[in-house]
Design a protein around this ligand. Sequence first.
Ligand SMILES: [Cu+2]
Length: 477
Amino acid sequence: MSEHQHHHDHGSHSHESHRPVVHAPQADAVGAYTRAYAEAQPDPGRTVVSVDMETSEFDWEFIPGRTTRAWGFNAQVPGPVIEARVGDVLEVRLTNRLPEPTTMHWHGLRLPAAMDGTDMVQRPVDPGETFTYRFRLPDAGTFWYHPHTHEAVQMEHGLYGAIVVRGPDEPVLDADRVLVLDDVMLDDDAQVEPPGGWIERHNGREGGTRLVNGRQEPELTIAAGQVERWRIVNAASARYVRLSIGGRPFTIIGTDGGLIPAPLTVTEVLLATADRVEIAVGPFAEGEVLEVVSLKYNRRSITWPHDETFATLRVGAPAPSRASIPAMLRHIEPLVRGPVVPTREVHLGVKMSLRGMDFVINDETHHRDRPVVVGELQVWDVINDSNMDHPFHLHGFFFQVLDLNGEPPAFLSWEDTVNVPPKSHVRIAWMPDDRPGEWMYHCHILEHHEKGMMAHFQVVRPGEEPPPPAHAHHHHG
Ligand SMILES: [Cu+2]
C-alpha cells in the first residue's frame, strides 16, 4: 500500500478538505455525479479507502541505467496498487499535473455510470485541476485503472495501475503478487516514440521493451516449495501475451471478474490486452530458473510473432508452504441455460474511408448503439468481420461467455474483456443491473479504439426515455 493510501473508519471521516469538484459534459450529468458521490457508502464494518493520485511527467528507468521521461500516477510506473475489500468505498482524488487533460477509468469495476471516467460522463480533468471519484467496491478480483483520454499516448507513457479487491473467502496461498505486463517503444535515447504511421495505426503499437511492473525483463524470485498467487494484468496497447512459465503447469483460479468455479491446471494462458488472470504458481525446486515468456501468438497483425521474454523466475531457498487451493472456489450461477436467441449483433470491422483505414462497429466509427433496459437479459453476438483479432471490452458490467463459434468455453466465468478472433463470433450474456446512464464498449487495442472501434449506449430504467446523448469530448492532443 502506498503512503498516499489511508483507511478511514466509517463515520469518522470528513470531506472538509476534499469536496467533489463537478465536471460534467452536460447539466444532467452533474446531478448524476452528485447523487453517485453521496450514495457511495461503505457496508457495515467496512471503510473508505482514500487515495491521492497525481498524474505527472517524471524520470523513470524502464531499462535499468537509462532514463526515460515517463508519465504516471504518483511518479511511478505502474501507479500504486490500490488494495481494498468488498464493501469498501474507494475515494480517489485525482490531480492532473500532465501537460494535457486526462481522466481515470476503473476497468472492470461495477460502479455508477457517472464514475466510469470516460469523456461521455465527465469533462476531462484539465492540467492543474482536481477531480474526485467515489464509489463502492462490490466485487473481489483484480482490476485496473488507466486514463480514458488520449489513451494510446498516455498509457504508453506509463499511466496505469492495478486494483486488488479481496473478498471474505479467498484461497490461502503463500504470497499474493501483482504483475502488470506492458511494453513500450523507446528510441535510441530511451525516450517514448511519438505515435507512428499507418502500420502502427493498423496493428496497434507493440514496443520492443517488455515490462513487468514498469521494469524491463526483471528477475523474480520464489521460495522453493511455495505456491504463490499471481494477479496478472495485460496493460499493453496491443500486445497479446500467451503466458508460459518455463512450460511448467500452473493453475488458473480467476479471470477478469474474480474467482472461477474450480481451479484449472494449464501450461499456458492467453491474455488479450486489458485481460486479467489469477494463477497459482509453484511449487518449484531450489535452483531452478524459469523463463516467463509470451509464446508466439499470431493475432494476424502485420508483424510476425516470436516467443518473447517478460521476466526470469529464480527459485530460492525452500520455505514452508501453507498453500491450499480448494477444489471448489466459487459458485457462479449461469445467466443462460439451453438455447437462446441473441438480442443484439455487434459487428467489429475495418473499412476504407477518405481518412484511410477506419475501425468500425456496425459499420460506424464511434457508433451510437440502442438503449439497454435495466433487468432485461442481454445476449449479444460479437462478430468479428475483419481479418485480425480484437479484444472486446464492455464497461461497467460483467458478462458470461456462452460460446466461441458455437463451442462453450472451458469454464464459466465473469469477464469484461474477451478476445474475438478473425472471422469468428463470441456470444455473451449479461444482465444490466440498476445503474442507468451512459456506457460504452470498444476494442481494447488502443489504436483501434482511437480510430473508432467503439460504441456508446444508454442503460435506462423500464419505461424511461433515454436522456439525450451527452456531448462527447473525443481525443485530445
Ligand atoms: Cu481491435
